[in-house]
Design a protein around this ligand. Structure first.
Ligand SMILES: Nc1nc2c(ncn2[C@@H]2O[C@H](COP(=O)(O)OP(=O)(O)OP(=O)(O)O)[C@@H](O)[C@H]2O)c(=O)[nH]1
Ligand SMILES: [Mg+2]
Length: 230
């Protein structure tokens, strides 16, 4: 049997990377096939949408800002589509993760060893990102009892499990919300080392001071909020 995998890619003005990314994303592998590839475009003012469409992606437009909101938009689309995927994978549009590694991320789920498979980045994080990740993963272990090593964007999860998590965060708390809710719902979780490199194109979050502060504050607030919600 071949598992159907949907990929959701939030993108805002990523014309320099989105084509490369889609060209390096395998559509079929051992026991899986990717359909559809959804690019959630934040009404980009560059050629992101055209290039993504030329490379076989389904384009959704979500003009309201927010990383989480873009992911939620993709999930909504899948819920309403006639053929639902078994697995949903998430990937950033900036080509900092290597999409060719998607098979490695899917493997534990396909082998039914995991419900949630998280790409853990080995390299290329800026010092403040490393610090933020250490702090966040430390707090998650302290407050929820599970040790993660990263909050990376490249990940895959069974679609039924994702629906149970009832994801809500509309901005930068998205990745950490998924991880904490995975612990709360006792999903079987694995981390898979992935290579990571400097993004192509212009940073919107971690490469800017204001973006880093906003994301860091949102991530910490999300951790405490989810702890208080028992
Ligand atoms: N649809 C949508 N996509 C967004 C939005 N903000 C960021 N993105 C996309 O989300 C992904 C993550 O943003 P990045 O700018 O790479 O943030 P980062 O990975 O923390 O920072 P870098 O270190 O610069 O890569 C990229 O694919 C962006 O294009 C948004 O408001 N809407
Ligand atoms: Mg990035």
């Amino acid at each position: 049997v071949t598992a159907r995998v949907a990929v959701i890619i939030p993108a805002r003005n990523e014309e320099t990377s989105i084509g490369l990314l889609l060209q390096h994303l395998p559509r079929i592998g051992n026991g899986w096939k990717i359909e559809p590839v959804i690019v959630v475009d934040a009404a980009s003012t560059d050629k992101t949408a055209q290039i993504a469409a030329q490379n076989g992606a389904t384009i959704l437009t979500e003009p309201r800002a927010g990383y989480g909101r873009a992911c939620l938009r993709g999930i909504e689309f899948l819920k309403n589509s006639s053929e639902q995927p078994e697995i949903v994978a998430f990937l950033d549009a900036d080509f900092s993760d290597d999409p060719a590694e998607i098979g490695k991320i899917l493997q534990p789920i396909l082998e039914n060893r995991a419900d949630f498979s998280l790409g853990a980045r080995k390299t290329s994080l800026a010092p403040h990102q490393k610090f933020g990740n250490r702090l966040a993963t430390f707090l998650i272990r302290l407050l929820f009892g599970h040790k993660f090593h990263d909050l990376g964007p490249f990940r895959a999860i069974r679609f039924d499990a994702l629906e149970r998590l009832q994801m809500r965060d509309e901005t930068f708390g998205w990745t950490v919300e998924m991880q904490i809710k995975a612990v709360k719902h006792k999903l079987r979780t694995v981390e898979i080392p992935v290579s990571y490199r400097q993004r192509v194109g212009k940073s919107k979050i971690s490469g800017t001071i204001s973006g880093s502060f906003r994301a860091g504050a949102k991530i910490l607030a999300t951790i405490f909020r989810l702890r208080l919600q028992n």
